[in-house]
Every structure is written in C-alpha cells, then in structure tokens.
Design a protein around this ligand. Structure first.
Ligand code: NDP
Length: 500
C-alpha cells in the first residue's frame, strides 16, 4: 500500500491511515462478519492505501439493531435537549481541533486539494454542527384552540409534540464526505434520533474518524453507527431494512429512485438530495470579467464534483465572446496537481470510474458537434486528472447538456432575450440551483420566479448557508435540508387532545 510520498502527511493523519479500519457498531469496532474488505485508492496515484470492511446485510442488520437499542436506552432517551446540544458542540470542537488531520485524510480519499478540504469541508462541518447543536434546544410543538364541534359541552386542551423519528439510515456520496456526514448525523442526533451511516465506497475514511470523535465527544454507544461497504449491498440493505424509520440520502437521481422505492415498502420516511444541471445565466449588463470568474468557479470548484455545479453557461449575446474568453482563460490558469500539494487549486477526479465517465461525456459532446475551447483531455497516465473543459456549439438535446457530468466541464450557449433563457434554463429534468449575473434588478426579479430551481443565487454561485433551506425541484430530489426543515425531517408530529 502506498501514498504519495512526495507530500508527507502529518503524524496524526499517518497514524490514522496506518491503523486497521473497522466499523463502529453499538460502540464496538468490528470487522465485517464475512471478513471481506474493500480497497481505498488515492485518486492522485491510483494506488491502494487503505482497506475498510465490506459490510453486507448481516452487518447492516446488526447496526440497525444497535441503533434501535440505543434509541430506546435510558442513556439516550433520558438525555435532555441541552445534553444533545453539548455533545454536538463538543463534536464540533473536536472536528476543529483535528482539522488538519481530517483535511489530509479527506484529500487522500477524495483527491481534493488539502487547502480546500480544510477551508471548506472541515470548517463547514464544524460550523454546521454548531448551528444544528443550537436546534436541539429549540424543538417545539404548539398549543391549539380545539373546536371539536361534535362535543360542544366539553372543554379541551390540545397541543402538538415533535418526537424523534427513530433510527435514521444515512447514505452519503463521495464529493464532500465529512461535510455530508455532518449534514446527516448532526440534525438526526439534535432531534434525538440514532443513526446508521453508510459512507461512499470511494471515500469511507473521514466517516470512521468522525465516529471516533463522536465517541470522544461523549455520545452514548450505539447512537452513531458507521458501516462501510458497497452501495448495492450495504446501502441497499440499509434502505430496505424494516427497522429503519427514516432514510436520508444524497447522491445520484438514479440511486435516489431505487432508495425511494425500497423505503416506500416499509413506509420509511425518506429525503433525497439528488443530482443537478444548474444553469449560470449572465445578462448583458453584467461585468464580463466578474461574470467569467464567477462562472469558472461555479463549475471548476471541487473539480465540478458538486451537485450545484454550474455546468450550463448561458450568456446574453452581446457579451458572449468576452465571457467565454474569460472562462477559458480562467480554466487554463488553474494549477492542477495532487491534493496534498499545498499549491494545487484542482486535484484529480475521485476515481477511475468517474474519470472515464467525465471523459465519455466530453467525447459525447464532441460527437454531437460541440467545439472544445479549452481542455478536453486527461493529464498524464497516473491518477485521475482531467483538464478543466469548456465546450460550445451544442443544442439543448445533446447528452452533455441534459445529463449530470459531475466533472470540470461546462457547455456555453448564447441567448437573446429573457423568454429564451427561461426556456433553456428549465429544459433539463433537474431543478437544484441556478445563478443569475446582473445588477438590473427588474430583470433579475422577473427571472427568479420563472426558474425551476430550489436555490437561485444572484451575482454568486454555490454559496451555502446553514439557515437557508436547500434541496431540489423536479428530479433533483424530495425535501429540504438546512434551517428548521431539518428538524421537520427528523421528527414526527404527535397531536394530543385532552378532554378536561
Ligand atoms: P451514487 O448515487 O451511486 O452514490 C451515492 C451513495 O449511494 C453512495 O454511498 C453509494 O455507495 C450508495 N449507493 C449506490 N447504490 C446504492 C443502492 N442500490 N442502494 C443504496 N445505496 C446505494 O453515486 P455515484 O458514486 O455512483 O456517482 C454517480 C453519479 O451520481 C455522479 O457522476 C453524479 O452525477 C451523481 N452524484 C451526485 C451527488 C450529489 O451530491 N447530488 C453526489 C455523488 C454523485 P457506493 O459508493 O458504494 O456506490
């Protein structure tokens, strides 16, 4: 097993990588019952540097039972909201205290630049845990003035309670592994649920380190269980397990649909944060330089492996050439290299499979008559590096315009008026996000209600806030994360009516 020795790891990260990896079930670290493992590769080199348990249905069953038993235990049930808040605040503190180690592990696993992993993934995970810790003490029902017309002679006292939904199955992707773990685990624990977390097979490591930190933070055994394994085996078993009350999933629309169907058989509650094909709309009053920089960042950030990546660029004709030139120049300037190199601005894609997928999409764009303005190729033969790519000259029906690429690839198209760009923007099955670049308030305000997207940014793209609901229209998902919606997701409402 090897890692990229050119850029040494901190002592803490090296120690974690070298240690045997086990699942956390009911407070115990255990191998898969089958004894099987799966290889974890460094995307910068393609080499295997760790192995984790390859769990199957038996391990998932064990974890769900452990989560159920913890859910019913006095240690967790009897804990007060303020206890859950304190444990979550402690976990946030521990994430911050171990930030460099977590960032390095994330980089080895996912490929992203370590500076980005630290600034975005780790920092936002800690901030989010703090935000959601505050919600633990703010969960409330309401008192209701009951009329009960059939019982006019009686008096009533009626109110609602919010109660934890139970055992939560969390299935997360590989693009922001630690942050996604925090997004799922934090609110579930704040609400008093217990969790079985299944990280992506390509990036299982920070979830295991996160589990260690959760134990250190004081969460009782069994409240958080982490089980690594393949999606079609361990993930599918979790989604279909009758002992799970709620599945929270982030990933592809295709798998989201499978999970939704499996969950429905048991009436398991489900929330799905799925793919996107977000348009970046530049109106002709915008500063072409600023819009080009924004559009480049919207699609190249995290190598385009972002659900809200701005992968379709629509620019009003008068400034189309200027913006396109700026985006292409921006793409060429980005420093691409191993994520552990502190000078890298972009790293490799997460896996060989993802690299081949992205290259396949670029080729399909060329086959459909698209012109490559910059990029379009793999870099070298080692690791999974692909050049940031800008294409133009493609019609709306081209595969690369309709489907989620999840790589550093943007297709640029000119438009003439607002009606035309609304039609273009809404022309895919997705509806996760969009951005509009303009200072013409009237035109911006007229556009916003017409765009089918869960989030619309103006003069920025991809800016996330813990308090703003986040989720998709159309095939981009069901439900909203962030803000008070999170508490709704992880609680049931109980109505109480007393005859006095
Ligand atoms: P998936 O949707 O397959 O993976 C997301 C998670 O679901 C992973 O933990 C995965 O496990 C698990 N999973 C896979 N199959 C099943 C199943 N049958 N039942 C339950 N869980 C399952 O995404 P991919 O990794 O395959 O990426 C493919 C594409 O998905 C990307 O190119 C991108 O377009 C999109 N995607 C979107 C994301 C988003 O944030 N919206 C994030 C990631 C991907 P395992 O890793 O073991 O397969």
């Amino acid at each position: 097993m090897s890692i990229d020795h050119e850029f040494p790891l901190s002592e803490a990260a090296a120690r974690f990588i070298a240690a045997p990896k086990k699942n956390l079930i009911g407070g115990h670290w255990c191998e898969a019952q089958s004894g099987l493992t799966l290889d974890v590769r460094n995307p910068a080199t393609g080499e295997v540097f760790a192995r984790v348990p390859a769990a199957d249905a038996a391990d998932i069953d064990q974890a769900v039972r452990a989560a159920r038993s913890a859910f019913e235990s006095q240690g967790w049930r009897g804990a007060r909201p303020i206890d859950r808040e304190r444990w979550l605040l402690k976990l946030a503190e521990l994430v911050e205290a171990n930030a460099q180690e977590l960032a390095e592990i994330e980089t080895l696993d996912n490929g992203k630049p370590v500076t980005l992993a630290r600034r975005v993934d780790v920092t936002q995970a800690a901030d989010f845990l703090r935000y959601i810790a505050g919600w633990a003490t703010k969960i409330e029902g309401s008192t209701v003035e009951a009329s009960a017309p059939a019982f006019r002679k009686n008096e009533f006292f009626a109110y609602t309670r919010r109660e934890p939904v139970g055992v939560v199955g969390a299935i997360i992707p590989w693009n922001f592994p630690l942050l996604m773990a925090a997004w799922k685990v934090g609110p579930a624990l704040a609400a008093g649920c217990t969790v079985v977390l299944k990280p992506a097979e390509d990036t299982p490591l920070t979830a295991l380190r996160f589990a260690e930190l959760a134990l250190e933070a004081g969460f009782p055994a069994g409240v958080l269980n982490v089980v690594t394994g393949f999606g079609h085996i361990a993930g599918a078993a979790l989604a279909a397990h009758p002992g799970v009350n709620k599945i929270s999933f982030t990933g592809s629309t295709q798998v989201g649909k499978l999970i939704g169907k499996a969950a429905m058989d048991n009436m398991t509650r489900v929330s799905l944060e799925l793919g996107g094909k977000s348009p970046v709309i530049v109106l002709d009053d915008a500063d072409p330089k600023a819009a080009a920089a924004g559009a480049a960042n919207a699609v190249f950030f995290n190598m385009g492996q972002v659900c809200v990546a701005g992968s379709r660029l629509y620019v009003q004709r008068g400034i189309f050439d200027a913006v396109l030139e700026g985006v292409s120049a921006g793409a060429q300037k980005l420093r691409i290299g191993p994520g552990l190199d502190p000078n890298s601005q972009l790293g490799p894609l997460v896996s060989e499979k993802q690299m081949n997928r992205v290259r396949g999409y670029i080729q399909s764009g060329i086959d459909d008559g698209g012109r490559v303005l910059t990029g379009g190729e793999r870099i070298g033969e080692r690791g999974y590096f692909v050049k940031p790519t800008v294409l133009t000259g493609l019609g709306e029906q081209a595969r690369i315009v309709q489907e989620e690429v999840f790589g550093p690839v943007v297709v640029a198209t000119p438009f003439d008026d607002l009606d035309e760009v609304v039609k273009l923007a809404n022309s895919t099955p997705y509806g996760l996000a969009a951005s509009i670049w303009s200072n013409d308030l009237k035109r911006v305000q007229r556009l916003i209600p017409r765009i089918e997207a869960g989030t619309v940014w103006v003069n920025c793209h991809g800016v996330m806030d813990n308090a703003l609901p986040f989720g998709g229209y159309k095939q981009s998902g069901i439900g909203r994360e962030m803000g008070s919606s999170l508490i709704d997701h992880y609680t049931e409402t109980k109505s109480v009516l007393m005859m006095l």
